[in-house]
Design a protein around this ligand. Sequence first.
Ligand code: THU
Length: 134
Amino acid sequence: MATDPDALIALAREHLARSYAPYSRFHVAAAVVDDRGQVFTGVNVENISYGLSMCAERVAIFAAVAAGARRITALAVASSGTGLLSPCGACRQVMAEFAAPEVPIYCEAAGEPHRWTLAQLLPHAFAAPQLAGS
Ligand code: THU
């Protein structure tokens, strides 16, 4: 089940009800799989001080890391919107910390999983080699 796109999207969708989004009313949920086959979920958590809000993808990734995960092998996102959700730039950079360029990112679009690779979402990511020699 863990890396099946439909199951992963369905899991994210099930968690949409846990999203805390009283300001935007745009509910997002994410599910990530790590290289041990463990699955973690997250939802967007907003704040009255809007800039403190956190995206679902990062909540899911941070939950995985806090539980001991270090490598992510798939990620799925569902939202209350009707269009194709495209993860924000900050989340893409966080994905790049823990996921290889070929890792699939499944985003729900009209009930179907749309598949991107992380490399498609974040080409030319800032990465460790660029720190070398500093
Ligand atoms: N949001 C996410 O959780 N993930 C995304 O990829 C895009 C945006 C959240 C942030 C905010 O709570 C709401 O959606 C509207 O931007």
